[in-house]
Design a protein around this ligand. Structure first.
Ligand code: BGC
Length: 495
């Protein structure tokens, strides 16, 4: 075979691994702020609402980043956008660590958020376009693995820098974001543009060269022709509104709704608030906060590794149903452990932590990685940048909504008489110190049952709308929508 020497199966793995560092950056930043918060409060005398503003400014940046850069990735290319993101992130991290006021911190966090928003869709997009069809699921799931490793790494970094008597401990925590930023930048310099984007710009020769490095030799021609065919089908300029064409309604709906379920099963209440949840369950403050988070982070990483193994073997649908069923059961159980918290005594808190592990494990093998994978697969090439960015934007919006409403829902759905009362260390700006306070936490059982209910609707939705994209080329997926095919009926040609 003439070009056999070019084919390098490790190349795909290297490409995906470096690109997935974008996931590391995303996860790292999701987690790092939780450890920085108490120190920020102490250093700047922050009120709770200012704290919320700082957290929300990053989220707002992410929404805006995801919203406005979809078209840019179609115009400038995937590689350039990822490089650009790495630079913004690095600058944002440096700035966050160096700020001198809370308002400045809000601005810096907004910049970091922008970078996270952009990377959260451009990285999976890059990976899915450069991977061969039979490995695409595994390689895009690497992104999720790096998110979870990033979260764990950030908890450990927080642990390493958190010194009770050093009020500026938050600075090294925030500075450390420079490391994933630089890693992504340097790695990406050496990586090629995706063949699919090059073809969309009429650069066939370059596209072919890259395809020869990642696809098996006999598949290169086929892949080139498939991409070409899809591009031929409509040649006019891509307009943003194209994504709203009738034949694209189904993939668009799938991308938004899968992110809705990914967030509304309550994942980030566990990621952001697990220390608090474990404290409410009865573990003693500081130690529980640290080890609870680390253990959840670890289970998340381990089960994401299992997902990578399973995703191109079991396929998307099977993982989705198994995962969501597990999530629903774990949430119901978690609710029960809280509802009967007072009568369970010591065993209650252990049940809580075990159910949380079960919950996170099922999330990690299913809708965690699947959300990002599906949004990178369902859109046709011409609108893929815009489409994935809408998926990602939905993710951030729903994420914000859940984070913002969690404690309010807890309060609203507390069954009278089951309130859990704790003693907590709270920062008192007037006294410039921490004081012990009695806190009525309500009871989160109702909130967890609400998420379980949403999970059940997610299972029913998935039955009708989740496509099995395992082993199907991106071009075949596009063809399926053009023919008006139902999501449930998508199948690989050669099976
Ligand atoms: C979600 C994040 C979440 C993470 C947890 C991701 O897929 O989008 O919101 O924090 O999984 O592992």
């Amino acid at each position: 075979m003439a070009h056999n020497k070019d084919y390098n199966k490790d190349m795909v793995v290297i490409i995906a691994a470096v690109a997935a560092v974008g996931g590391l950056l995303f996860g790292f930043d999701t987690g790092i702020i939780s450890g920085a918060i108490p120190f920020l409060q102490q250093n700047f005398d922050l009120s709770n609402s200012m704290l919320e503003n700082i957290t929300t400014s990053a989220l707002l940046g992410a929404v805006i980043g995801a919203m406005f850069t979809g078209r840019l990735t179609d115009i400038l290319g995937r590689k350039r956008i990822i490089l650009f993101t790495a630079i913004i992130f690095t600058i944002g991290a440096l700035w966050s660590g160096a700020v001198t006021s809370p308002t400045e911190l809000m601005a810096a966090r907004f910049i970091v958020g922008l970078a996270i928003g952009i990377s959260s869709f451009s990285v999976p997009l890059y990976i899915s376009e450069i991977s061969p069809a039979d490995k695409r699921g595994q390689l895009v799931s690497l992104f999720q693995l790096l998110i979870t490793i990033g979260i764990l790494a950030s908890y450990l970094t927080d642990l390493a820098f958190a010194k009770n008597d050093v009020v500026t401990s938050w600075r090294p925590m925030l500075y450390s974001g420079v490391i994933p930023g630089l890693l992504l930048f340097v790695g990406m310099i050496f990586l090629p543009e995706t063949p699919r984007w090059l073809m969309s710009k009429g650069r066939r020769q370059e596209a072919e060269k890259i395809l020869r490095r990642v696809e098996k030799p006999e598949k290169v021609e086929i892949a080139l022709n498939e991409i070409q065919n899809e591009l031929e089908k409509d040649k006019q300029k891509v307009k943003f509104s194209e994504i709203f064409r009738p034949w694209l309604r189904i993939p668009l709906m799938i991308a938004i709704v899968i992110m809705f379920f990914q967030q509304f099963v309550g994942i980030n209440t566990v990621i952001y608030y697990s220390p608090k949840i474990f404290m409410i369950a009865g573990f003693d403050g500081a130690r529980a906060a640290i080890w609870g988070s680390v253990s959840v982070g670890l289970v998340n990483v381990l089960f994401t590794i299992l997902a990578i193994y399973l995703v191109d073997r079991w396929g998307r649908r099977k993982l989705y149903f198994v995962g969501l069923t597990g999530i629903v059961i774990a949430l119901i159980a978690l609710g029960l452990s809280f509802a009967f918290n007072s009568s369970l005594g010591q065993s209650g808190k252990w049940l809580t932590i075990v159910f949380t592990w079960i919950y996170i494990a099922f999330f990690a093998i299913s809708i965690g990685p699947l959300g990002w994978l599906i949004i990178s697969e369902v859109f046709p090439l011409r609108v893929r940048g815009v489409g994935t960015s809408i998926g990602s934007l939905s993710n951030w919006l729903f994420n914000g909504l859940v984070a913002f409403t969690f404690f309010k829902i807890v309060k609203l759905l507390t069954i009278p008489g089951t309130e859990i009362i704790t003693q907590e260390k709270v920062y008192d700006p007037a006294a410039h110190n921490f004081v012990m306070q009695t806190i009525n936490n309500g009871n989160p059982a109702g909130a967890f049952w609400l998420y379980a209910f949403i999970g059940i609707i997610g299972i029913i939705w998935g039955y009708f709308y989740l496509p099995e994209t395992k082993g199907v080329s991106l071009e075949e997926i596009e063809e399926h929508w053009r023919k008006g095919g139902k999501p449930r009926e998508l199948k690989p040609k050669q099976e």
